[in-house]
Design a protein around this ligand. Sequence first.
Ligand code: CP
Length: 319
Amino acid sequence: MSTMPVDPPALQHLLTLENLPRTQLVALLDRAQHYAGCGGDRTALAGTSVCTLFFEPSTRTRMSFQLAAQRLGADVLGFDASTSSARKGETARDTLKNIEAMGVRGFVVRHPGDGAVAELAAAADPGTALVNAGDGRSDHPTQGLLDMLTLRQAKGEDFSRLKVLIVGDVRHSRVARSDLQALRTLGSAGDAHARGIEIRVCGPRSLLPDDDTLAGCLVSDDLDAALEGVDAVMMLRLQRERMQEGLIASVDDYHRDYGLDARRLGRAAADAVVLHPGPVNRGVEITDEVADGPQSLILRQVRNGVAARMAVLDALLRR
Ligand code: CP
């Protein structure tokens, strides 16, 4: 059994991976790897209550946080906006403050508004910890962590020589933003002779952001060319619920131009791996044969989500 990694520096909340120091990111990944190996520690958060406060749907994030908290010995409360007093007009802030008043110290929050989780964190008591479980298009830091853990297990700890391709609807993707932040941090060149990670991004221009999200990336709208020789392909879900009409001609056209099938995947390195955060639009951004094929790490990502979230809850809430 592995020994518990050294504690990372104290964090009150985890809202974003932007500007998270490399030492802290690596410490969280080391702790997640430890939990992936040992399965938990039911004494770590005994006596602590954690609430999953979700104002948007979720399967993977909510359930894996609930399991993670249970495997650390915490009491877990699930809040579902559709059956709560939010339906009567109670604000998210009042919801948080009322549950906090019951003695809950940890909140895992998903909200459709960009920056909404940071606003709630600013309203929380000093002893309360919030984890951003996805806010609007902005951040999904624990998805970024579990993706890095999965990539690290497959390709080793040195990301500086990797070629990673992110494909699809980056404009609406908080996952892509968190992945880009983490890849830049972990893939920076360790010395003057190293190249540093090569991050490629591919999608229709209408689905790529027009701000500085893609700074330093090699951007293309030609998927066949972008796939040449890459070590990892991170596919994104087409986020139709956040999309204005007209950004893509049709789902069929999108699949023809940006869908990953086995023929296209053959352009990547022979040992390339495929990731997707889920939920998967099968037959749109990825075919069944790739999603369920030998190079797919999609279910390993889901499994790693529990370990990554244990690491985060432990880092924020262990006294
Ligand atoms: N990847 C992800 O965030 O999935 P859920 O929306 O199901 O939580």
